[in-house]
Design a protein around this ligand. Structure first.
Ligand SMILES: Nc1ncnc2c1ncn2[C@@H]1O[C@H](COP(=O)(O)OP(=O)(O)O)[C@@H](O)[C@H]1O
Ligand SMILES: [Mg+2]
Length: 802
């Protein structure tokens, strides 16, 4: 990666139109020129009299700003794409008219208020430097402390430079759309929350000019959206059908330090795409100091470093390891509340259940304290934050701390209890105290037994430092680590391993093929995955029929890649019309793609279990999910009024609404590929077994076999892991074979969401996998016996016919 590989520094082909032939002759100036009424080389496709742009925005003659700007009154007159400088931009920002709303309108009062806050962000002070670097290089790396304004401000800066709203391109369907700016986020919550914030900052409507796209939810408008926040996974999916990402003028890969699977693949792809498309700009943003690795990877891309403006954070450790971190976290919050100066608290926990539990306990104790000694303890507002929380509730983290209960009384405090989201993705102002138990939920993959799980695992030193940093945003803070200093030094790894090294890659390998990457081994990964993991993925995709024996995508594989689902689920959907159950399989696929629909609150476990039993299907949980969905649709024809029924039945209304939405989106994909939506007659004895057959076609590699005679003990086929059905299962008996959706690693191994399947289906629908050559022991004997019986039957049939 010698620096000579870099694109010529001043090749000014970045004219956004994509056609380098239209570039003007002669070297363009390295700095924008602002003489008035200058011929604009970027308008060379227009007749000569239209090639002039008006003078610069520097200097005060623009006075009140845009409206004083003469002719058209558009504040952006005089802006030459990608030759914009900070002073021009600041002048429009301070002006009266919003150039980004669909029809230019005066800025609102709220806009001005927020602008004043934006001006205080460290990134804002570096606007001039940003434009210099942005213009002179195709790819740049940017690092800055969490909260410095990267995610919210940089895409807006780019908008002033790329003017995406004015430079529209025709899509394949003839629709004229802005050539967009994309900003990727590893987390759905961050994409939604930041898009909403930026729409407010820009004084435009969310979903119109500024939007977001996450899996199963698209809040953008093809014709008007020019700035799009999206999950990294969604951009990857778009690249599958648009190999050059032609719809974009600039891609911002945010939170690159998180090294998610999708971001890593995008980095490799964008390295190739930027070599092909010189007009495409790429900005890689990260919150850690490890910028060199990114710079090196992108052929020595220049770096913009936003100086942090953080205050010192004092770190405390426990003397002894804490046996119960949840209990210790709650205790620490209450201690801070009673003993420390005003300032909000941020607690890191690992998941929804734990967080809700902690919220309840802290709230109860704090209320008690406040009522017992109102002169010592102010009111405490406890706010949860995790990804499946509805957007309106997520916004609560930005609400201010409660006021004192009475004048002169102790001030109120806000405590946010969050997953890793708050580590770098979302910035919460006003945090002074951080409580860090040292754990997060992390994906782990063991290719040997083909099991991927989310496990509560110790965080890395880098994460611990990020967490501590959250306390010093507005003034000096304190971080309480609920582990010993010795453990911090000797037990925590330096950096979290990139996700690509700890994931099942089946989906990724399918996507890469669809992205046109032929050689999976020579692809330019920042950190290459283990060969065994790639082998496992290829093997699965080959058994599913997505890849042929040479490792090429089959027509079936092409369609599978179009579904935003794991390959097993897409396979089961695609074959379902053959079993006349595509309507039902569609429902099951949707129900499996949303958070658990069954609620089981601590205070009503028995009632919840009884409610669930009402929906139970004796043959398993997949069919139970189908029953739940049917009951929901029958009882709640209008989703907006369904919450009562759901609550009475201990079902999550939110998950069911989401399932309904996911279902219609998957249905659209089915229709796009002419996959029929059909059902077996409900009175037919095959109604349920047809569904089980279709399930088998997708999940035949996730089957467990009953161990000996003991009830409730199973071993997984091929990998021989001992597992038990999850206690939440509705399966009423212990079938010889059961198909599972999920392998849960805890102190015991469980299989969750399970359904009864028969060996003859496995042999019939997955003959390459279930044959005597591929299997051993008891399974092999059973397959042989099955074949013998079948042979006899066939012979008998022949004899009677003959
Ligand atoms: N939804 C929101 N409501 C209020 N303020 C917000 C919201 N989102 C972001 N901010 C503000 O924007 C600032 C910059 O955040 P951000 O751009 O996400 O920083 P970075 O990406 O560098 O971590 C934060 O300090 C916060 O005050
Ligand atoms: Mg950010």
């Amino acid at each position: 990666m010698a620096s000579s590989d870099r694109p010529a520094k001043r090749s000014k082909m970045e004219n956004g139109g994509g056609s380098s032939a239209a570039a003007p002759p002669g070297p363009p100036p390295s700095k924008p020129v602002h003489s008035a009424a200058k011929e604009n080389p970027y308008l060379s496709h227009l007749p000569p009299e239209q090639r002039f742009t008006r003078g610069d925005a520097e200097g005060s003659e623009r006075g009140a700003g845009p409206l004083a700007n003469g002719r058209s009154g558009n504040p952006l007159d005089g802006f030459i794409p990608r030759q914009v400088v900070g002073s021009q931009v600041r002048s429009v920002m301070e002006g009266g008219i919003n150039p980004f709303s669909i029809t230019p309108t005066p800025f609102s009062k709220k806009y001005k208020d927020i602008l004043n806050k934006r001006k205080e962000l460290p990134v804002y002070a570096q606007m001039d430097e940003f434009y210099e670097k942005f213009q002179e290089s195709q790819t740049m790396v940017m690092i800055g402390e969490t909260g410095s304004g990267k995610t919210t401000q940089i895409p807006q800066f780019v908008a002033y430079s790329d003017l995406p709203q004015t430079r529209k391109v025709k899509g394949p369907d003839g629709v004229l759309a802005p050539r967009m700016i994309a900003c990727t986020q590893p987390r759905r919550v961050a994409a939604m929350s930041v898009a909403k914030r930026v729409a407010e900052e820009m004084d435009v409507s969310l979903g119109k000019e500024v939007g977001y796209t996450i899996r199963f939810e698209d809040a953008t408008d093809r014709r008007t959206t020019f700035l799009k926040y999206m999950t990294d996974g969604m951009l990857l999916r778009e690249a599958m059908n648009d190999h050059n990402l032609e719809r974009y003028s600039c891609i911002i890969l945010d939170e690159a330090h998180e090294r998610t699977l999708a971001t890593d693949i995008l980095m490799g792809l964008l390295k190739e795409i930027t070599a092909r498309r010189k007009d495409l700009k790429l900005i890689v943003m990260s919150a850690t100091l490890d910028a060199l690795k990114f710079q090196k990877y992108f052929n020595d891309a220049p770096l913009l470093r936003v100086p942090g403006r953080t205050f010192p954070v004092e770190t405390f450790y426990t003397q002894e390891p804490e046996p119960d971190y949840l209990e210790a976290a709650i205790r620490t919050v209450l201690m801070i509340h009673q003993a420390e100066d005003p300032g909000d608290i941020l607690v890191f926990l690992t998941g929804e259940e734990e967080i809700e539990d902690a919220c309840r306990k802290i709230k109860a104790e704090a209320d008690d304290l406040a009522s017992k000694s109102p002169d010592l303890c102010g009111p405490l507002k406890v706010v949860p934050l995790y990804s499946s929380l509805p957007p309106a509730q997520q916004q609560r983290i930005f609400e201010p701390a409660p006021a004192a209960l009475y004048e002169g009384g102790p001030p109120g405090r806000k405590v946010v209890i969050s997953t890793n989201i708050a580590e770098t993705s979302l910035t919460i102002d006003g945090i002074v105290y951080v409580v860090d138990p040292g754990f997060s939920k992390q994906k782990v993959y063991n290719p040997r037994i083909r099991v991927e799980s989310l496990l509560v695992s110790p965080i890395s030193k880098a994460s611990a430092q990020q967490r501590a940093g959250r306390a010093g945003r507005t003034r000096p803070g304190k971080c309480f680590r609920l582990y010993t200093e010795k453990d911090f030094i000797s037990e925590l790894i330096e950096q979290t391993y990139p996700e690509i090294l700890r994931s099942n890659l089946a989906n990724t390998v399918l996507e890469l093929k669809k992205l046109g990457v032929d050689n999976l081994v020579t692809f330019d990964y920042m950190d290459p995955p283990a060969p065994e993991t790639i082998m496992r993925a290829l093997e699965l995709l080959n058994y599913l029929g997505a890849f042929d024996d040479e490792g090429n995508l089959t027509p079936l594989g092409e369609i599978m890649a179009e579904f935003p689902l794991d390959p097993q689920l897409s396979k089961m959907l695609i074959v379902s019309p053959e079993f006349r159950c595509s309507n039902e399989i569609l429902t099951i696929a949707a129900m499996l793609s949303v958070p658990n629909v069954f609620l089981r609150p601590n205070f009503a476990k028995q009632q919840a279990d009884a409610a669930r039993a009402e929906f139970a299907h004796p043959d398993g949980d997949h069919l139970t999910l189908l029953n739940v969905y049917h009951a929901y649709k029958t009882n709640c024809p209008d989703p907006s009024t369904g919450s009562n029924w759901c609550w009475q039945n201990y079902l999550s209304h939110r998950s069911l609404i989401q399932a309904d939405n996911v279902r219609s989106q998957l249905q659209r994909t089915m229709e796009r590929f002419d996959l029929d939506l059909v059902s077996t007659d409900f009175s037919s004895k095959d109604y349920y077994t047809n569904i089980q057959r279709a399930l088998t076609c997708g999940f035949f590699m996730q089957v467990a076999h009953k161990e000996g005679g003991s009830k409730g003990s199973y071993t997984t086929i091929k990998d021989n892991q001992i597992v038990s059905p999850h206690p939440s299962s509705c399966l009423s008996h212990s079938p010889e074979y059961l198909l599972y959706h999920e392998f849960v690693l805890t102190t015991r191994n469980y299989v969750r969401t399970i359904t009864d399947v028969r060996l003859e289906w496995l042999v019939e629908y997955a003959p390459a996998y279930y044959n005597t050559m591929n299997m051993e022991g008891e399974i092999k004997r059973q397959i042989m016996a099955l074949e013998q019986r079948k042979g006899k039957k066939d012979k008998k049939k022949k004899d009677t016919q003959g």
